[in-house]
Design a protein around this ligand. Structure first.
Ligand code: FE2
Length: 375
């Protein structure tokens, strides 16, 4: 997709928030201590900081974990009347906050609220021995929020009231480097509203994708649009369910999450084969790809650098667009409910999201159904 200079300028003009990236993704979970163990041993995140009773925090317990540029915060309640406990009761473990790094949290809060965002927390100064952080929060889909985080010259491990974890237990070398995109699932008919919200209130722009919408809808039972910020660094695809050949996976999510929420975090790697092998060795389970998917993969995708036999053995999916190709694979849900999961993605030029795989996967499933006489 060619971006003209004029489009670029327009994008920069509209980019009043000047977001610097995703600061962290906070999950509300039933047991942060055990979740931290899981994200370390299964997904290779290193424990960085802790907040809880020992650090003067009375109502919650949080573990911060990191891997290259990715930071996860896992938070659980210490009392039954906590809003964190309420959140977990309603949604199960899930993403609460997709926090965005800014230079000026007050300005970001005012700019977005004046453009229609619902305020959740007014700009608040968090003061500690290592400096201060300013945090302000607005609402997005469902009970999910975006906090604006202004770090200034803060030098602590994560934030005031968090202690650095000394000599953290070792994490396996998985190879995740960054967050590629975070997908939100919203109710039928709400996708365009949320696309408008990101465009209007946050200065995002819709990413034009040249796919055959009818085909992807028919096969995937979902509609998806992608919004990104001015730099293109932050990408939020928004899904809504669509009438398809089968019950929509988005409907299933909405039913079990009890409303809209973050569906998956796509994490980049520069060597998907190595990453997937290590994740499997750590016990991570992935969605199975029907063998029939690989029968015509070479024809569909053309030449790729990777060994096709290995790609097939590991169940990795491949998609191509005019700029290159991408390799991707999806984990099973991260918790008991069939809600949030992780996508592992390696981009080799392609800037899409693997839409071609919807059709290829569904056709592969149907070929297998046909073999069983069930189509
Ligand atoms: Fe994705």
């Amino acid at each position: 997709m060619a971006v003209t200079e004029r489009e670029m300028t327009r994008a920069q003009e509209g980019d009043f928030l000047q977001l610097k990236g995703i600061d962290y993704v906070e999950f509300y979970v039933g047991n942060a201590r055990q979740a931290a163990h899981y994200y370390r041993t299964a997904y290779g995140f290193t424990p960085l900081a802790y907040a809880g009773l020992e650090t003067g925090v009375r109502d919650r317990c949080s573990f911060v974990l990191e891997q290259r540029t990715i930071r996860l915060v896992l938070t659980s309640a210490l009392s039954p009347d906590s809003p964190i406990a309420e959140h977990v009761k309603l949604h199960g473990d899930g993403v609460k906050d997709i926090a965005l790094l800014v230079d000026d949290a007050r300005a970001a809060f005012e700019a977005t609220v004046s453009r229609g965002a619902r305020p959740v927390m007014e700009p608040t100064v968090l003061e500690g021995k290592k400096g201060q952080i300013v945090k302000a929060t607005i609402a997005t889909y469902g009970d999910t929020v975006h906090s604006f985080i202004q770090r200034g010259d803060y030098t602590g491990a994560f934030a005031p009231q968090y202690n650095r974890i000394q000599n953290p237990a070792p994490a396996p070398e998985v190879g995740f480097a960054s967050i590629d995109h975070i997908v939100g699932n919203v109710e039928l008919g709400k996708m365009d509203e949320w696309v408008d919200f990101y465009n209007t209130a946050l200065g995002f722009r819709q990413l034009q994708q040249f796919t055959d919408d009818d085909i992807s809808t028919e096969y995937s039972a979902l509609m998806s649009k992608v919004v990104q910020n001015g730099t293109g660094r932050i990408k939020f695809p928004i899904n809504e369910p669509a009438e398809g050949r089968r019950k929509s996976q988005i409907d299933e999510y909405l039913e079990f999450y009890r409303g809209p929420g973050a569906q998956h975090l796509a994490l980049t790697t520069s060597d998907i084969i190595k990453t997937v092998r290590q994740l499997k060795a750590n016990g991570v389970e992935f969605l199975r790809t029907p063998g029939a998917y690989y029968e015509d993969l070479g024809e569909r995708i053309g030449h790729i650098d990777e060994d096709m036999t290995v790609i097939r053995d590991l169940n990795i999916l491949v998609d191509r667009d005019d700029e290159g190709y991408l390799l991707q694979i999806f984990t099973k849900p991260l918790q008991d409910r069939p809600t949030v999961f992780i996508e592992v993605i390696q981009r080799k030029g392609a800037r899409g999201f693997g839409n071609g795989n919807f059709k290829a996967l569904f056709q592969a499933i149907e070929r297998e159904q046909e073999l069983r006489g069930n189509l």
